[in-house]
Design a protein around this ligand. Structure first.
Ligand code: GLY
Ligand code: MN
Ligand code: MN
Length: 473
């Protein structure tokens, strides 16, 4: 948790954005794993955490935009809870830790909201993403659970995006801690990428590194020799010489800030010349787009720059053909990179996306493309200082997509399908870094993670050793 002033200031900033009604932020409930008393690792709601700091279930926070009042609803634990969970701070103490002076029993939330609704006040709330929360909000707000998401407050969504998309120095330093831990996760994975190792051994080891540093992982580990499957959570393969292993993984810090990093390592530690050729194109797309990041540029322009680099590189190898700009305008590159260049990163790995991807990644000036590939770009709008974004180009040879496009006669002026057929056993390559947009450019966050061919090969040649990132706790 940060100092109480941090939370007080965030709530003050929100009050400047809305002038009427009440904002309601619910703490997440515990979520059952396989029966009610056996729960998943507790994860607080990121927005509740941002404004109210506490990492516990059983709370709600309200901010009254007219009176300026802030109330924390929650109850002191009882002796039964103390027996199972140990002594817990009182609600009064917890409220003081986050700069709140007014507290109320959680049971009173119902009547507080009912009274506000009866007097015609607007209750602003954010769209819930868990079924239990939809039911809880539906009951509180007197609406069917299935309608709650669509009735979320657009003014509150826009205000929260406006505040949270700009990361403070404190937040950036938390994200950097998360990237430093990811450095250990990824360098360990590189060192373990030897023929005969089962992917699960590496996935489990790097997830353990996240947990050992406060974790958990910020999303389920993606780790596979079948890197052409973009989000591959199947870790059953035994690594084989001649293949590559894509690892897309990051962690959360205790304060819930994330990292999201991808590296691709040749099994056994040496890229073949065919792998190296494709790797260098992805690396150039990653490095050149990072170098072009600065305030005022649209991230969609960076996405299209990556697309042109990929199309040019593939043309140089004879896999694509024709005019590169025309190929990209037509969307032909999306056969090889059918995803966006990146997204916001923060307390959520796709930061703020739960509020509506379009509210976060686009605005009045920059509208989402409807073209296959570019339509999946999560962040297209103009960059501002304080944004933290991912930069994650990739090249994939997806046999089903190649067959589909070829059979439909798509992009025949730009794709050399006969040559592409020879790459159907290639897999995929993705390289992802986490970048801060600064006042005049960018900063790649965290301890540099091996990325060039030489750096990856040098790391992969080493034996694994157990390291600990200092200063995380
Ligand atoms: N880890 C998912 C992504 O890179 O967006
Ligand atoms: Mn990722
Ligand atoms: Mn990402």
């Amino acid at each position: 948790m940060f100092q109480k002033e941090v939370y007080a200031e965030r709530r003050q900033n929100l009050k400047k954005e809305l002038s009427s009604g009440i904002a309601l932020f619910m703490a997440n409930h515990e979520a059952a794993f396989n029966y009610p008393a056996n729960t998943y690792h507790y994860r607080q709601d990121s927005h509740f955490s941002y404004f109210f700091g506490l990492n516990h279930p059983g709370f709600a926070g309200v901010i009254d935009f007219e009176s300026g009042k802030e109330i924390l609803f929650g109850d002191d634990v009882e002796i039964d809870d103390i027996i199972w969970m140990g002594p817990q701070p009182s609600v009064n103490d917890l409220a003081a830790q986050v700069g709140i002076s007014e507290i109320s029993s959680f049971n009173k939330l119902d009547s507080y909201i009912r009274k506000a609704l009866e007097s015609g006040r607007t209750i602003h709330f954010l769209p819930p993403y868990r079924g239990a929360m939809m039911i809880a909000l539906g009951r509180l707000l007197n609406m069917p659970a299935h309608e709650v998401r669509s009735k979320a407050s657009l003014p509150l969504i826009k205000a929260v995006v406006k505040l949270k998309e700009i990361k403070s120095a404190l937040e950036v330093s938390e994200i950097e801690k998360a990237v430093d831990i990811a450095w250990l996760m990824h360098t360990t994975a590189m060192k373990m990428a030897k023929p005969g190792i089962v992917e699960q051994e590496i996935a489990g080891t790097i997830e353990g590194i996240a947990l050992a540093h406060g974790g958990p992982v910020s999303f389920p580990v993606i780790l596979s020799m079948d890197g052409q499957t973009l989000h591959n959570h199947n870790h059953h393969n035994t690594l084989k010489a001649g293949r590559m292993m894509v690892v897309d993984a990051g962690t959360e810090t205790r304060s819930l800030y994330s990292s999201d990093i991808t590296r691709t390592t040749p099994v056994g530690g040496k890229f073949s010349s065919r792998q190296k050729e494709i790797y260098e194109i992805v690396l150039k797309a990653n490095m050149d787009t990072i170098a072009a990041i600065r305030p005022g540029v649209e991230y969609r322009e960076m996405h299209l720059l990556a697309a042109r680099i990929i199309a040019q590189g593939l043309k140089d190898l004879g896999l694509m053909k024709g005019n590169v700009d025309e190929a990209v305008a037509a969307g032909a590159h999306a056969l090889f990179m059918p995803h966006g260049l990146g997204h916001m990163l923060g307390m959520d790995v796709h930061d703020l996306e739960g509020l509506g991807e379009t509210y976060v990644g686009y605005d009045e000036k920059t509208k989402r493309s409807s073209q296959f590939g570019t339509a999946y770009l999560r962040l297209g709008k103009e960059l501002k200082p304080g944004f933290v974004v991912t930069d994650e180009p990739g090249i994939y040879f997806i046999p089903a997509l190649i067959d589909k496009f070829r059979s439909e006669g798509l992009f025949i002026d730009y794709v050399n399908y006969d040559k592409v057929e020879q790459y159907k056993d290639f897999g995929g390559i993705r390289i992802e870094d986490d970048i801060l947009v600064t006042e005049d450019g960018y900063r790649v966050l965290g301890k540099p993670i091996p990325k060039t061919v030489a750096e990856v090969e040098e790391t992969a040649a080493q034996q694994r050793e157990w390291l600990k990132i200092p200063g995380v706790f």
